[in-house]
Design a binder for this molecule. Structure first.
Ligand code: DX5
Ligand code: ZN
Length: 220
């Protein structure tokens, strides 16, 4: 099933609560929340207190994408703040297996993200215990970048190795109504869209168009 996850990074931070409420009304499935530490990526975004502040106004599934060097440190604070899925990056974790177990011990879902330069093969040893993988289609750190179509083959290869598990595959970076179709055709079913949604009100039309284009191409 296709899920649309607007990235709050592109929302109006001065009116974050309103934007979170607006995307839910506009038909979003998830809120994608980008957490940046100024070290793993050269940008800072938001901490657990901000997530907690918007949690009480939203029934959306909260998807926290940790772009931080020490993800383990932040699992508990973000779960307590309301995260329902924690995604960490493969590039900064040696023992992914244990970190996945640690995330699951809080009763939330666990995902691993890979940057465009990272091979999808690093995911294969832990694929059986993951709820989702995130294939980045831009270099993480900033919204509004151009989609990198060369990452689509990774998605096809992950689908070929999932052994009927039907894992969620998320794509993040440069997703709009056109690139969503390409991603879905390759096997992506969770689409993150930041600037494509927030730069173009009304949000419901953009979300519906991304969903329609993806559903037409998704073969899962
Ligand atoms: C990039 C973030 C993305 C970003 C996507 O590091 O992980 O979630 O907000 O923004 P767009 O959709 O504008 O590329
Ligand atoms: Zn993200």
């Amino acid at each position: 099933m296709i899920k649309i996850a607007p990235s709050l990074l592109a929302s109006d931070f001065g009116a974050l609560r309103n934007d979170v409420i607006a995307i839910e009304k506009a038909g979003a499935d998830w809120a994608h929340i980008d957490i940046m530490d100024g070290h793993f990526v050269p940008n800072l975004s938001m901490g657990p207190d901000i997530v907690k502040a918007i949690r009480k106004d939203s029934g959306l599934f909260f998807d926290c994408h940790l772009m931080v060097t020490d993800p383990k440190m932040f699992v508990e604070p973000f779960v307590k703040a309301g995260a329902e899925l924690i995604t960490f990056h493969a590039e900064c974790v040696e023992d992914m297996d244990s970190l996945i177990d640690y995330i699951h011990s809080f009763g939330v879902k666990a995902a691993v993200a890979i940057k465009p330069a990272t091979s999808e093969e690093v995911l294969f040893p832990v694929l059986h215990k993951l709820d989702m993988v995130l294939v980045m289609s831009v270099v993480p750190g900033f919204g509004g970048q151009k989609f990198m179509p060369e990452v689509l083959d990774k998605v096809r290869n992950i689908r070929a190795h999932e052994h009927g598990k039907d894992i969620d595959i998320q794509m993040d970076g440069g997703i709009n109504a056109e690139t969503a179709a390409l991603a879905a055709e390759a096997g992506v079913n969770v689409l993150v869209a930041g600037s494509a949604v927030f730069a173009k009100p009304p949000y419901d039309e953009t979300i519906a168009l991304i969903r329609k284009n993806a559903e037409e191409k998704y073969n899962g």
